[in-house]
Design a binder for this molecule. Sequence first.
Ligand code: GUN
Ligand code: FE
Length: 438
Amino acid sequence: MVRQIFIGPIIHTDENGELIIKESVAIFIEDDKIIDVMENPTTNKEKVIFNIDDFYADKVINLSYGQFIIPGFIDCHTHAVQFPNLGLGYDKCLLEWLETYTFPLEKKYTETKFADQVFDAVVKRTIEAGTTTACYFASLYAEASMILAEKVAELGQRAFIGKINMNIPRNDEYYESTEKSIKDTIAFVESVERIGNPLVRPIITPRFALNCNMELMQELAKIAKAKDLHIQTHISENEAEIRAVKQTFKEQSSYTAVYETAGLLTNKTILAHGIHLEDNELAILEKQGTAIIHCPSSNMYLRSGLCDVRRLKAKNIKLGLGTDVAGGSSYSMQDEMRSVLHVSTCLSLMKHDYVPLNYKEVFHMATLGGAKALSIDDKVGNLVSGKEFDALIIDLNAKNSRLDNFREYTLEENFQRFIHSGDDRNIVSVYVRGRKVK
Ligand code: GUN
Ligand code: FE
């Protein structure tokens, strides 16, 4: 058993999304779990004096001036295979973008060496940027998808890994038969489970309604149900996409109804984008406990639209945040939080009674909100006793920090500066399940 104590300030959010700032706490960790969080511990040089009797610790980490602890970031939607296209191809909207830039890149992942190189960088870089949990769209190919799962297990990130399903025939052969799609998905799920790492979970991943027919989506829903798995897909991202879905599934009343009929909407389902959903669709999502993952950077670059997060919140929809690389231009959740703020500010400029989101709300979305969207908030999302220790040490005096300390700042000011103007150089340590991974 390994016991660690972290002593210093913590900042996280509670169930209601309220920001909690504590200037001085001691967090007691036993292996992977937080066993106690004590306020205002008394310290005496090297020796720490606690009220509880003789807590033996293998490691005591005393935070220095300018440092504080926050929960790790949860990126609820990103495409590992698309990292080589990061920052490219924003001259096209979704459907043309997929055809021109994205599918041609994704077809390359039959080369396992290429897959290994890319995924090594993806997992290392996202950990560096403070992403302790990532929800990945991996590859159409089960073999490449397994390379990502093994990489995540090796490097110690918490992740959901989805082998993508697409069975609608295409001229470029970038699809698979229904039979192969189902067979490979079952084999992939079993292979991920065989890794035996509780941090690495398979997730059922029909790409979106334009790449899968109803039969495949229904079969995938059955697999998810039988094995109690999470499900991820895209919904209502782009107006041309929505028209095409309605055209393809004429008997369904809406995009959401397509997924509902397929049985894909559960309280473990996450849907990326959800920009143009109508009230009756939101009512279905609320009833099913299905989450929407806001991807503002991607929504801007692909000119998909301005998602009104306040409206989704008011309709009681669970909300996570996703970088959606390479639709989004950055894998950093700090950048994504700023994109949320920018989009929300645009909405407030267009509608004068609209109150834009603030740094506290976007921080909640990037941490406990994401954990709730993924239904893993019993394990992660904030730093309370009983949860697993997924956390970041932030340092406003970090080497090479872009932020200068021209005066004394309060803890809350330093937190604001980190959210609005910091970068991954201010994330000096990253812990997943108590293990230091940066
Ligand atoms: N819809 C279907 N596939 C994709 C994808 O790869 N990226 C985005 N942003 N939307 C999609
Ligand atoms: Fe996406």
